[in-house]
Design a protein around this ligand. Sequence first.
Ligand SMILES: O=P(O)(O)OC[C@H]1O[C@H](OP(=O)(O)OP(=O)(O)O)[C@H](O)[C@@H]1O
Ligand SMILES: O=c1cc[nH]c(=O)[nH]1
Ligand SMILES: [Mg+2]
Length: 209
Amino acid sequence: MSNVYVFDHPLIQHKTAMIRKEDTSVKDFRELVREISMLMGYEATRKLPLEEVEITTPICDTKVNMLKGEDIAIVPILRAGLGMVDGMLALVPNAKVGHVGLYRDPETHEPVEYYCKLPNDIDKREIFVVDPMLATGGSAAAAIDFIKARGGKKIIFMCLIAAPEGIEALQKAHPDVDIFIAAKDEKLNENAYIVPGLGDAGDRLYGTK
Ligand SMILES: O=P(O)(O)OC[C@H]1O[C@H](OP(=O)(O)OP(=O)(O)O)[C@H](O)[C@@H]1O
Ligand SMILES: O=c1cc[nH]c(=O)[nH]1
Ligand SMILES: [Mg+2]
């Protein structure tokens, strides 16, 4: 079964509290999502593989550990996942970025696919799937299905707010995928929105409501 990491860092808790507030502006929401993603990314990248390389300092030749820089992919689930990409890229600027487009059908709450474009060598990369919200888990599970169908193997899922129902569903669908969460909430409401949550992350990022 996959590991689930819920962040207790005060900066992450504070910034996550800020994005929940209904009067947080679109501009502040976007900036906060970027900052939280970067803080989470610092920990979520802990197990990235390193390689030993030889360098020359002003003093001598030496061996140091460096990231295998070409080996990472960030895959946002459109739209809201886009808000987490820049924060991750600030940490791993050489990462490639794939996109999976999904929206939840408002009646059935089932994910509907409309786009998928991934790096050709996705099978060789450490993949970070990002989406601010894990509600029923349907979108995350479907996105990871697409990535695996195209060869993706080493996958981590990062979200800001998760419902227990979504965590359970994602673990069941993809027991090999570790999950990083800024805050675990109480439940889903009758419309499958997270309670207390923050509303619709895509609308809040892009001001569409
Ligand atoms: O766990 P689930 O029940 O599948 O719900 C979570 C999904 O819902 C939201 O996307 P939405 O459908 O609102 O699309 P958007 O990002 O374009 O707003 C969110 O960003 C997730 O992708
Ligand atoms: O609470 C929720 C659930 C799904 N999608 C969102 O953006 N928010
Ligand atoms: Mg939305």
